[in-house]
Every structure is written in structure tokens, then in C-alpha cells.
Write a protein of this length. Structure first.
Length: 581
């Protein structure tokens, strides 16, 4: 359905975006049903509310059609952790949900959501903390009031501290076997001493319970101090989505969230801590023993923060070329040599990859056994491709192709679950001006070769850090990362290769820019069809060369098809699906 939006600012400094898919008058919903009819259908499909949890989850269609959702983002995260209490921001994210003065039951909110077909979640990043929930629409007003109390008057009972420390510790223990988390913590440890990137953002029983007791630190009092200092309305952005009118949503938000306190303190700011990885520990080769049995190479650069260039998105332009898999690409050449299986490049836009102190650009390559044995040559191909891009400079034709593809994906995207949608938008509200809340993270607005050139010029061999993962590193990795226990070794980059990259090395002629893409859709006019409207797809072509099934989309009118192919060689049969678009 089409969404209507309204931006409001409360007198306490909290900013909110109201999103309504209410599309009619006199109580009509987006599909023409009355509000009363929708509520009756919710009860039929979701169970009777007065009898408590039926023990079965509501049907998925119910969640898609009748869920309302809200998300709140606070501009504070693990960068603000006290040095003596690593993980405090993450711990507070857990503790605020342990009841409020108005609704004191410790797990009352979770029980309320479970009873009414809802869910909730929260996450702590480097500079932001996000909370979100969804629930059946008719219970949204009540749920919103219960949820808001965690930011108005949470109990944070002292007796719950030890129990919730164990929950934080369990999350940490579950994350320990993850190679991606291990790489992040190892990478963060390379930052300058005193930079918040080197902090242990997760927190565990050691940092939040045992060590504080040994040092006579009152974790409970520090939690309350942290809440008073940082859980303040002027740092918060709120997004709500439901089928109520915008006027109704505004009335609710103003009435409920005006009670969130504003402490008048300045916003946490780390933007002065630039170039955290300008240290002797960077631009080295790190061999790592992974948990998974895989050979992988990650080449990383730490560049100045790129968030201000969101309208150009220079790193996205570069990553699109790096990750291109067609003729002339890095991966195409590596696959010819049987050295690589996959390649991913870019910036994930998480707090780890992009914050106010730096941005990371990484190229991760899954290597074969041969690729692992020749990993320096693999790195050389990457540097050759980057040198080619720097020599040729930004290409407006390629930028506009990417721009059109991103715009098509945005305009014809399928409906997202409300809880995911509001989570994304409330974070966007921390990053972009209000006219770009919905589009700032997806669209490429303007081509600026100077901005792209500036980013490209930073991706030089002498600024790169190499991370080589392989089970074969076992035995030679005598160092151990403090928190995740990752075994690794550090060494200088081979003098032979460093000298070659410092000079004017030749480019492989097989590396070149992708050819013009002539297949980007520009005409989305829906064609009339002679086929009758049916409930199920109808086979309209059936021959030795293949079959074609057709089903008219009368509701969403999305221009989309799906192609499947069956390959039979006599030795191997396989079925694959793809080419959706």
C-alpha cells in the first residue's frame, strides 16, 4: 500500500516520523474493509485475546496485514562505554526492559506482545542503540505506551542486574565462534590506544560483574548514571507505522513521548578522533586461524568518514565495480586461474564499518587451495584493478547505470515487514536530513567525480591491511586476541611485493571496465493481457524448449518475473532458480 508520512518535533527535542497506510475515509483501511471488519478478522486469524496465548503463532499473512510497529534510535552506543565498564551501553539496552514505574512487571511487555501476536528486539552499535517492536494494530496504542515507559521511567531493579548480566554473557558466548565477529574485534584492536574502536563493545560477565566487584565499582549505580546522561529525548528519533490516520498517530506520539526526559546535555561526539588506524600496527599481514575451514583474504582500508557524501555514495560506486563478476572483473580473472570462489567489496554501513571517526572499505575474497598458496598474487590483481580505476577516473556512464538500477529497485521494492521498515527509517533519521529519511541509504542522488576521485585515491597499497584466514595457519599464530581468543600472527608485508607495489607496475590486459549495460529497464508500462484472470498461474507456453507460466498481478502490479532452468548433460542434472527481476 501507499504510505503517508509526517515529520514532527516534540518540545522535549525528540523527533518522530509518522507513517500511515490508512488510505480511505470513514474508517476504511487500505483494502477497503472497515476497521471493525479488520478487527474481527484479526481475532479470527490471530486467536482470541482474552484467553491468553494459544500456543500457536498467528499465520504469517496476519502479521503482514495487521501489524503495527515502532522503532526508537538513541544517538549513543558502545563508543560511550566507560573504560572501566566495557559493554555498559549493551547492558543498559537489556536492563531498561526490566519493567517500568507505570508497568512494573519485569517481563510484562514481552508477555503483552506475545499475547497479541507481537515481537520486540534491540541492538547496540558503536554510536547508536535501536529498539523496535510490532504488535497487532488494535493493540498498538496500548503497546506504545508500555514501550515508551522504558525511556521515561524504567525500574532497572538492582536484583535483576546479575540475571541480566548472564543474558549479556550468553550473547557473547554465542558470538565467539563467529569468524566475522572475531575479525571485527581483531581489527578494532589495531586502533590507536584510547580510541573507542578498541573497546570491548559486547560486554560479558567478566567486565560487568566480576571485575567491577574486584575494583569495588557499583555497576548498578553506573547503569542509572548512564541512563540519565544518554537516554535523553534530544538524542532520540522515533518512527511509528500503523493503519491509523496521521492525525491519530501524532496525537498518540505527542501524548506519550512528551514525557521522555531531556537532560540538556550536549550530544556525544567522537568526530574529532580521526585517523584511528594511522598506526604501526596497520598496513601489515595478519594470519588468522578461523573457526570455519575456509581460506579467505580481506584487504581493508581505513578512510575518512564518508557519511557526509551519502548523496554521491563514492564507496558504493567503487564497490559495485570491484564486485562486478563479468568479463574484465577481478573475480572473472581469479576464477580463470582457479584461485577464488567468491568476492565481496564495499562498506556495510554498520557502526563498525562507518561512523563519525572513519569509514572502512574492504575486499573479501574466498580462496581456493591454490589461491591461498598464491595470495600475494591475488592481492596484486586487486591492486592492479584499483590502479586502473584511479588512472581512468570516475565514469559517468557507469555511475548513471548504477543509479538507474538502484532507483528501479527502490521504486519497485516489495513490501517490507513493518518492524524492519521502522527500524531502518529511525536510524536514517539520525544520519540524513528529513527530506532523505526514506531514500538516503538507498538512492544515488548526484554524480560528483571529485568526491569519487578523492575516495579512490586513498585505496593505495601502502595504506592497505591484509587479513589472511586459513586452517593452515594453525601452529604459526602464537598471538591471541584478548576477548574472542582468536589466534593470529602479525608480520610485515613481503618486501618483494611492497617494492613492486610502490613502483609503476603494469596492469593485466584482462582487467577492464564492464561494458555498457543495455538491459536496464526504463519502460515499466503494464501491458494488457489476453489471458483470463485466474487464482493460480496458467501455463501459456509448453514446448521442448521450455514452459512459460503466467499469473496477472492485480493487486500490487509489480513488474517482476522469475526464471528457472534445468540442465541435463547425461552425466549431471541440476535445477537452479534465479534471474528474478
Amino acid at each position: 500500500p501507499l504510505l503517508s508520512c509526517r515529520y514532527i518535533e516534540l518540545s522535549n527535542g525528540l523527533r518522530a516520523l509518522l507513517i500511515s497506510d490508512f488510505s480511505g475515509a470513514d474508517g476504511e483501511g487500505s483494502d477497503g474493509e472497515s476497521a471493525e471488519q479488520e478487527e474481527e478478522q484479526e481475532e479470527e486469524e490471530g486467536g482470541e485475546e482474552d484467553e491468553g496465548d494459544s500456543g500457536e503463532d498467528p499465520p504469517a499473512v496476519t502479521l503482514m496485514c495487521f501489524q503495527a510497529a515502532a522503532a526508537l534510535c538513541i544517538g549513543v552506543g558502545s563508543f560511550s562505554d566507560p573504560d572501566e565498564l566495557p559493554g555498559l551501553a549493551h547492558f543498559l539496552e537489556h536492563m531498561v526492559f526490566m519493567g517500568s514505574e507505570k508497568y512494573p512487571a519485569e517481563n510484562g511487555f514481552d508477555a503483552f506482545l506475545k499475547k497479541h501476536g507481537g515481537s520486540d528486539n534491540a541492538s547496540t552499535d558503536c554510536e547508536r542503540t535501536i529498539f523496535q517492536f510490532d504488535v497487532q494494530r488494535k493493540h498498538f496504542r496500548d503497546a506504545l505506551d508500555r514501550w515508551a515507559q522504558f525511556f521515561i521511567c524504567p525500574l532497572m531493579i538492582e536484583d535483576a542486574v546479575d540475571r541480566e548480566v548472564e543474558a549479556v554473557d550468553s550473547e557473547f558466548q554465542l558470538a565467539r565462534p563467529s569468524d566475522s565477529h572475531r575479525k571485527e574485534m581483531l581489527f578494532g584492536s589495531l586502533a590507536k590506544p584510547g580510541h573507542p574502536m578498541s573497546k570491548f563493545c559486547w560486554g560479558n560477565a567478566q567486565t560487568l560483574k566480576h571485575e567491577p566487584r574486584e575494583k569495588q565499582i557499583n555497576t548498578y549505580e553506573r547503569l542509572r548514571d548512564f541512563w540519565r546522561r544518554y537516554y535523553s529525548a534530544q538524542y532520540m528519533t522515533l518512527t511509528v507505522q500503523s493503519k491509523e490516520t496521521l492525525d491519530t498517530l501524532e496525537e498518540w506520539v505527542r501524548e506519550i513521548f512528551i514525557r521522555v526526559p531531556n537532560n540538556g546535555e550536549p550530544r556525544p561526539d567522537f568526530s574529532h578522533l580521526q585517523q584511528p588506524f594511522d598506526t604501526p600496527a596497520f598496513n601489515k599481514l595478519y594470519r588468522v586461524v578461523p573457526v570455519r575451514k575456509v581460506h579467505a583474504l580481506t584487504i581493508s582500508w581505513a578512510v575518512p568518514p564518508q557519511g557526509k557524501h551519502y548523496r554521491v555514495k563514492p564507496l558504493h560506486y567503487i564497490s559495485w565495480l570491484i564486485g562486478h563478476e563479468g568479463t574484465g572483473s577481478i573475480l572473472s580473472l581469479l576464477r580463470k586461474k582457479c584461485w577464488a570462489l567468491a568476492l565481496f567489496g564495499g562498506n556495510s554501513e554498520t557502526g563498525f564499518d562507518q561512523n563519525t571517526t572513519y569509514s572502512i572499505f574492504s575486499i573479501s575474497i574466498t580462496l581456493t587451495d591454490q589461491g591461498y598458496q598464491n595470495f600475494y598474487q591475488v592481492v596484486h590483481f586487486v591492486f592492479q584493478y584499483l590502479k586502473m580505476l584511479q588512472t581512468l577516473g570516475p565514469q559517468q556512464r557507469i555511475y548513471e547505470e548504477i543509479q538507474k538500477i538502484e532507483a528501479n529497485e527502490f521504486h519497485y521494492q516489495e513490501q517490507t515487514d513493518p518492524i524492519e521498515f521502522v527500524e531502518n527509517i529511525c536510524e536514517n533519521m539520525q544520519l540524513f536530513p528529513k527530506q532523505d529519511f526514506l531514500t538516503g541509504d538507498q538512492l544515488m542522488f548526484e554524480y560528483d567525480p571529485q568526491v569519487i576521485n578523492a575516495a579512490l585515491s586513498l585505496l593505495k597499497p601502502d595504506r592497505a591491511n591484509l587479513l589472511l584466514l586459513s586452517p593452515e595457519n594453525q601452529g604459526c599464530c602464537l598471538l591471541k586476541e584478548k576477548w574472542f581468543g582468536t589466534c593470529y600472527s602479525m608480520e610485515d608485508i613481503s618486501e618483494e611485493w611492497a617494492e613492486r607495489w610502490a613502483g609503476d607496475f603494469e596492469l593485466n590486459p584482462e582487467l577492464h571496465l564492464p561494458a555498457e549495460n543495455k538491459f536496464i529497464a526504463t519502460d515499466f508500462t503494464l501491458k494488457t493481457s489476453d489471458c483470463p484472470d485466474t487464482e493460480y498461474p496458467v501455463r501459456i507456453v509448453n514446448s521442448e524448449r521450455g514452459c512459460l507460466w503466467y499469473k496477472k498481478d492485480n493487486k500490487f502490479k509489480i513488474p517482476k518475473g522469475e526464471l528457472g532452468k534445468y540442465v541435463h548433460t547425461g552425466l549431471l542434472s541440476s535445477v537452479s532458480r534465479g534471474a528474478r527481476g
